[in-house]
Design a protein around this ligand. Sequence first.
Ligand code: SAH
Length: 367
Amino acid sequence: MNAKTNIRALSLEQLSSRLTALGEPAFRARQLHEWMWQKGVHDFGQMTNLPVALRQKLSEHFDMQTGRIAREQHSRDGTIKNAVALHDGNVVESVLIPTETRITACVSSQVGCSLDCSFCATARLARVRNLTADEIYDQVTTIRQQAKTHFDRPLTHIVFMGMGEPLLNYPQVMSAIDRITAADGLAMAPWRITLSTAGIPKMIRKLADEQKRIRLAVSLHSAIPEKRTQLMSVNAACPLPELQSALQYWYRQTGSKVTFEYVVWAGVNDTQEDIKALLKFTARIPSKVNLIEYNAIDGGPYQQAGVEAVEAYRNRLLDAGVAVSVRRSRGNDIDAACGQLAGDYQDRQAEPSISNDIMYIPNDRTH
Ligand code: SAH
């Protein structure tokens, strides 16, 4: 019954020709485009420089399929986690991460995830569907607004480290990035955007060829084949040598260093042999290593290794001339940290009445 077109799935050219077909002058397309993508207005009724009759006509033919924030949680460290209820009732999460110098939006690219990394909470959900470019874009504009409202600061960075594997939703992720970086979109510099992938060699090469000038992060976690396959089953189909050569290709094409994300787990990858394998792997790729803190997920078998094990990694990497950072986790008191995004927001068919419900998590909440 609902034969309306999602207007935000149309390019400016497509929009122009649809409007022409409706007997409207082409310049209306540009006005509409500006309302939707620069002003972030999602209601035809609010597009005040369009004639009322046109607004009416538009709402007969098109809709916007916008989601809404079903829940907004504030962590004691300032992190904000949003549960975004999409137009079809599915829920994804996005996170605002504030530091002294940055405000980062961590966004989702899929509902659920098709991969099943054994340490990740999102992996417990089946992949339900890909997000559309406008659903990705909306996560960014929401956080941009929250940055303004709660911190009076601009959004400075975007990371595709929320739910889903961005390289398995390639066209929509690329079109969201285009919109975010476009002069007639949010005009953000592409180098402020980091796409994080579990490592799909074919898609890394494709991305390298596109010259989008964004940054690339790869979730590595082990450079020992059998071990990495146990942690990340995608490694069976996309083995380390292929990943390595795709990343070398990435560097040749873009001149941009890869960031490896790496968690050190007790009894899993905390030996000298693990460090040696990592050094060997990274030696052939201009890169840096980000040692990230593990965020425990309920009932999971993994445990963050102790400080000494992480220090051992850090020192050996530094000795070998590899840049390394040790990242403290943010927002884990509200399950907003990496790998904790599992949509614990239960009420998937939530009523509008709870829209914009802000929930502050008390400081003394412990897990
Ligand atoms: N699918 C993409 C992006 C989503 S995951 C990817 O694999 O990169 C974002 C980052 O969080 C990845 O580096 C992932 O390995 C890491 N991660 C997943 N679960 C985690 C957890 N429980 N604790 C810490 N990091 C985790």
